[in-house]
Design a protein around this ligand. Structure first.
Ligand code: E4P
Length: 217
């Protein structure tokens, strides 16, 4: 399973990279707006830092606007993936960009029917938002299960699932059990994933005992 980091914060990206945990980056306008730099400057910096896909979202509404914008965004780095919200204009744009060899990520995806259409349009990736579904009392992980099952039924589907809107380590564990190719994880959740109270307690105990045998002062 690949791990993308769900942030536009360069320090967080560098921190996760040092742990070998950045196979790619996902951003969106909300994440970029927190950083106080223009989108272009920041995405160019992130792209230099990361070896792997850097996902940047379009803000165009019509197919024509989206395609035009995507072509500009694609020049901001070596491996830019264009995030496109799913609706009919977005799907048309995905199809055009796919034929031109520009990688796309169909985002704000909340149903299996949308996942079918995104794959048919030729999306490189899809981003089902599981946390936002949980927030409104739908089971986000169940959506991943459905999409996995559907995609596995058809050899011709090459679209990869990026599990997004991750809110806790259980989301990551369950997504991995279901065979999601990629999970995009906010930095705070990556921190939580590394922690366990029994690990902390065990380290403290071993250090204490190490002093008794002259290994540690
Ligand atoms: C990722 O590509 C999405 O933009 C992100 O995971 C959304 O997460 P949120 O629902 O926590 O805003």
């Amino acid at each position: 399973m690949k791990i993308f980091i769900d942030t536009a914060n360069l320090n967080e990206i560098r921190k996760a990279k040092a742990l070998g945990l950045v196979d790619g980056v996902t951003t969106n306008p909300t994440l970029l707006a927190k950083e106080g730099e223009t989108a272009e400057t920041l995405i160019r910096k992130i792209s230099k830092e990361v070896k792997g896909p850097v996902n940047v979202e379009v803000t165009g509404i019509t197919c024509e606007e989206i395609v035009k914008e995507a072509k500009v965004l694609a020049t901001w780095g070596d491996e830019i993936v264009i995030k496109i919200p799913i609706n009919q204009e977005g799907l048309k744009a995905v199809r055009i960009l796919a034929t031109e060899g520009i990688q796309t990520n169909v985002t704000l995806l909340f149903s299996a029917s949308q996942a079918i259409l995104a794959a048919k349009a030729g999306a490189t990736y899809i981003c089902p938002f599981i946390g936002r579904l949980d927030d409104i009392s739908f089971n986000g992980l169940e959506l991943i299960q459905q999409i996995r099952e559907i995609y596995d039924n058809y050899d011709e589907i090459e679209t990869r699932i990026i599990v997004a809107s991750v809110r806790n380590p259980i989301h990551v564990i369950e997504a991995a059990r279901m065979g999601a190719e990629i999970v995009t994880i906010p930095p705070a959740i990556l921190d939580q994933m590394a922690k366990h109270p029994l690990t902390d307690r065990g380290i403290a105990q071993f250090l204490e005992d190490a002093k008794k045998i002259g290994v540690k002062k």
